[in-house]
Write a protein that binds this ligand. Structure first.
Ligand code: ADP
Ligand code: MG
Length: 607
C-alpha cells in the first residue's frame, strides 16, 4: 500500500495557522500593532479601508528590520523574541510564536516596508497569498510599515464569514482600545478612509488616556487602585457606584501588559464590587496585574488572551480585596464621600435599583419575625405597623424655614442641619462648613445600610445559632456537582450549614443557621456548588449571608413613603456616621446626593 501520511507544504501550514490567528480584520490589526509595540514604537498609525477588508496599514517608528530579518519574518516560526524552550516561561513581549506575519501573508496581498534604525536604506517586500513576489531596496523612514490588502482574497470560504464593514470596524476599534489602553507614552491613531476614529496622545497621564479611549464620563469618575500582593502588584483605575454603565465589556484587565479575558478575574472583580454597585450594571475597570513572568503561563491560547497563574488564588483574593478597599476608602467613609461628592455633585441622577421584593415577601416576613424584633433600633417602628403620623405632627410643625434642631458636633452627617423631609422619603440637610452643600439623603437607603451593618455585626458576634433539621433536605447531584460540594463542606460548616454524604452523589442538609429558612439554606448550598464549579474557588460564604441580610435590612428599614420625625432623621444621620460604606445601601444604591452651594448659586445666576 502506498503511504498516505505526508508533511503539509509550508504554505498550507501557514493557512491553517491563519485559521486560528487571523479570524477577521481586527485580528490582523492586533497582530501588527503588537509587533509595533514589541519593536518599541512610540508612534503607531493605523489606517483601514472598508472595515479592513480592502486595506489595513500599520506604520510604526520602532526598531525596524534589516533586509535579512525582513525576509525571515515571513517564514513560519521565525521570531526574534524567544530562542529557547526556557524563554517560553518568561515571555515579556506581546508576540513570541513567530506565527502572525506568515499566517497573515498567506491570506492577503502583503507589502512590508522596513528600515532598521541607523541604516541608510530600507527594504520592500511584496507577497501574495504567502508567496514572496518582489524584494526591492527602497528609501524608507526608520521603522516598519505593513500593508495588508484584499484580506482572504484567496480563501473565499473565510471571506464569506466577514461581516459588514461597520461591524468589522467596531471589532477593530475594540481591539485597538484594549491594546492601547496600558501603553503609556505611545501615540496612537486609527483612521478609516482618512477619518480619525481614535486618537491617544503619547502621554503618561493615565486618566487622560482612559478618557480619550473610553469616553469622558469614564475618565472622570475613576478611582486609583494600588495593591501589593505577595508575588504580584495591582495598579489601575476603577469606577465608583456613580459611573457604572449598563453595558457589559468595560473590564480591561492586563497581565504584564497583555489583555486578558479570564472568568476567574471577572468573578473576583464582581466579588470586590459586591455591595458597592447596582446589580445588573457593570463597573468600568482598568486593572494591571504585574507578576514575575515565571509565575504565569502565557502559552495556553493561540491569540494569547488567556493565561494560567501558578498561584491563582493569591491573585484572585488580591483583586477582591483591592477593589473592596479602594471603594471603601473612597465611598465608605462619610468624610471622604462628602468631599469627593462635592466635586461630582452635578453629575446625572443615580439610577434606581430593581427590586425583586414582591415575590419574596412572605419568606421575608417570616424571616423578619424570626430575627429582627430584637435587633432593630427601638427608635424605629416595626415596619408592619402603620405609622403614627399624629405623634410627629407637633415636632414637624416647628420646622420652619430655619432648621430648628440642634446638630451634633461629631461626624460629617451628624454635624449637618436638618431642614426637613420631602416626598416622604428624602431628608434635606445643609452642611455648615465653608464648602456649603445641600445634602439630600434617601432615608430608606440610608436606614437599610445602617440596619445591614448592625445585623451583620450581630450575626458575626453571636456564634452562628444552628438548628437541626427534623426533615433533612436531600440533594441529588450530578457527579461533578457532588465532587464540588465535597470540597465545599468545611466552608459551609463554618456558616452553620451542615451537609453529609448520603451515599453516592446524594447529600443531605442536616443543620442550618437559625436565620435561614430551609429553602434559603438549600439555595446557599447550590450557590456554593456553582461557584466551586465555575471558578474552582469556594464561594465566599459571606456573600450568601450578605445577600440574605441585605434583603432583611431592606424589609426592616423605614419605607420610602414613611414620614419621619426630626428625631428619627437625626438618628439616621448618626447611624450613617457609625457605619462603613455609608455612601451606598447594601444593594449599591447611593444613600445621599450632595449639591454644592456653588452649583445652586450658579443656577440662580449669583456667580
Ligand atoms: P512574533 O511577533 O510572534 O515574533 P511575528 O510573525 O508577528 O512573530 O513576527 C516575526 C518577527 O518579525 C518578530 O519576531 C520581529 O522580529 C519581526 N517584526 C515583525 N513586525 C515588526 C515590526 N513592526 N518592527 C520590527 N520588527 C518586526
Ligand atoms: Mg507578532
Amino acid at each position: 500500500m502506498p503511504s498516505k501520511v505526508r508533511l503539509l507544504s509550508e504554505n498550507v501550514a501557514n493557512m491553517i495557522a491563519a485559521g486560528e490567528v487571523v479570524e477577521r480584520p481586527a485580528s490582523v490589526v492586533k497582530e501588527l500593532v503588537e509587533n509595533s509595540l514589541d519593536a518599541g514604537a512610540s508612534r503607531v498609525l493605523v489606517d483601514v479601508r472598508t472595515g479592513g477588508r480592502k486595506l489595513i496599514s500599520v506604520v510604526d517608528n520602532g526598531s525596524g528590520m534589516t533586509p535579512d530579518d525582513a525576509l525571515l519574518s515571513l517564514e513560519r516560526h521565525a521570531t526574534s523574541k524567544i530562542s529557547s524552550e526556557k524563554d517560553l516561561f518568561s515571555v515579556s513581549s506581546l508576540g513570541f510564536r513567530g506565527e502572525a506575519l506568515p499566517a497573515i501573508a498567506s491570506v492577503c496581498r502583503l507589502s512590508l516596508r522596513t528600515a532598521a534604525k541607523g541604516s541608510d536604506h530600507g527594504t520592500r517586500i511584496f507577497a501574495e497569498g504567502g508567496t514572496v513576489k518582489e524584494v526591492t531596496e527602497e528609501a524608507v523612514p526608520p521603522g516598519t510599515q505593513v500593508e495588508v490588502a484584499d484580506l482572504f482574497f484567496n480563501t473565499p470560504g473565510r471571506r464569506k464569514f466577514l461581516r459588514s464593514p461597520e461591524t468589522e470596524l467596531t471589532h477593530i476599534v475594540e481591539t485597538l482600545t484594549r491594546l492601547v489602553l496600558p501603553k503609556d507614552g505611545v501615540f496612537f491613531r486609527l483612521r478609516q478612509e482618512g477619518k480619525t476614529l481614535l486618537q491617544v496622545a503619547g502621554t503618561d497621564d493615565q486618566p487622560a488616556r482612559i478618557a480619550s479611549l473610553l469616553g469622558k464620563d469614564a475618565g472622570l469618575g475613576l478611582n486609583k487602585l494600588s495593591w501589593e500582593g505577595p508575588h504580584f502588584r495591582l495598579e489601575g483605575f476603577i469606577s465608583g457606584p456613580e459611573t457604572t454603565r449598563s453595558s457589559a465589556g468595560q473590564l480591561f484587565v492586563y497581565c504584564n501588559g497583555r489583555f486578558l479575558r479570564d472568568r476567574l478575574i471577572t468573578h473576583a472583580i464582581n466579588t470586590g464590587y459586591r455591595g458597592h454597585v447596582l446589580k445588573g450594571r457593570d463597573p468600568v475597570v482598568v486593572l494591571m496585574i504585574e507578576i514575575p513572568p515565571e509565575l504565569v503561563d502565557v502559552n495556553v491560547h493561540p491569540t494569547k488572551s488567556e493565561v494560567r497563574f501558578r498561584k491563582p488564588s493569591g491573585v484572585y483574593e488580591g483583586i477582591v480585596a483591592a477593589i473592596d478597599q479602594t471603594l471603601r476608602t473612597r465611598f465608605g467613609a462619610p468624610e471622604a464621600t462628602l468631599g469627593q461628592t462635592f466635586e461630582q455633585a452635578a453629575g446625572p441622577s443615580p439610577p434606581t435599583a430593581p427590586h425583586d421584593a414582591q415575590e419574596e415577601k412572605q419568606r421575608i416576613e417570616d424571616a423578619i419575625h424570626r430575627f429582627t424584633t430584637a435587633h432593630t433600633s427601638s427608635l424605629f417602628r416595626d415596619p408592619r405597623q402603620p405609622s403614627t403620623k399624629e405623634l410627629d405632627v407637633a415636632a414637624r410643625a416647628d420646622v420652619g424655614l430655619a432648621p430648628q434642631d440642634v446638630p451634633d458636633e461629631e461626624g460629617a452627617f451628624s454635624r449637618m442641619a436638618i431642614a426637613g423631609q420631602i416626598f416622604n422619603n428624602y431628608i434635606v440637610c445643609e452642611t455648615r462648613d465653608s464648602k456649603g452643600m445641600m445634602v439630600l439623603i434617601d432615608a430608606h437607603a440610608a436606614h437599610e445600610r445602617i440596619l445591614f451593618e448592625k445585623l451583620k455585626k450581630d450575626y458575626e458576634d453571636s456564634a452562628v445559632a444552628v438548628q437541626g433539621q427534623l426533615m433533612p433536605i436531600t440533594l441529588e447531584l450530578r457527579r461533578l456537582e457532588a465532587a464540588a460540594l465535597k470540597n465545599s463542606l468545611p466552608t459551609l460548616a463554618k456558616v452553620g450549614i451542615e451537609v453529609e454524604n448520603f451515599g453516592g452523589d446524594t447529600f443531605r442538609i442536616t443543620a442550618i443557621p437559625a436565620i435561614l429558612s430551609p429553602g434559603e439554606a438549600e439555595g446557599a448550598v447550590r450557590e456554593c456548588i456553582e461557584k466551586k464549579m465555575e471558578t474552582g474557588q469556594n464561594a465566599p460564604m459571606d456573600s450568601v449571608i450578605d445577600k440574605f441580610l441585605a434583603v432583611l435590612a431592606c424589609h426592616s428599614a423605614v419605607r420610602s413613603g414613611q414620614e419621619l420625625t426630626i428625631a428619627q432623621m437625626r438618628e439616621i444621620l448618626r447611624g450613617l456616621d457609625r457605619v462603613p460604606n455609608a455612601g451606598s445601601c447594601p444593594h449599591g444604591r447611593p444613600t445621599f446626593w450632595a449639591v454644592p452651594l456653588s452649583e445652586i448659586e450658579k443656577r440662580f445666576k449669583r456667580r
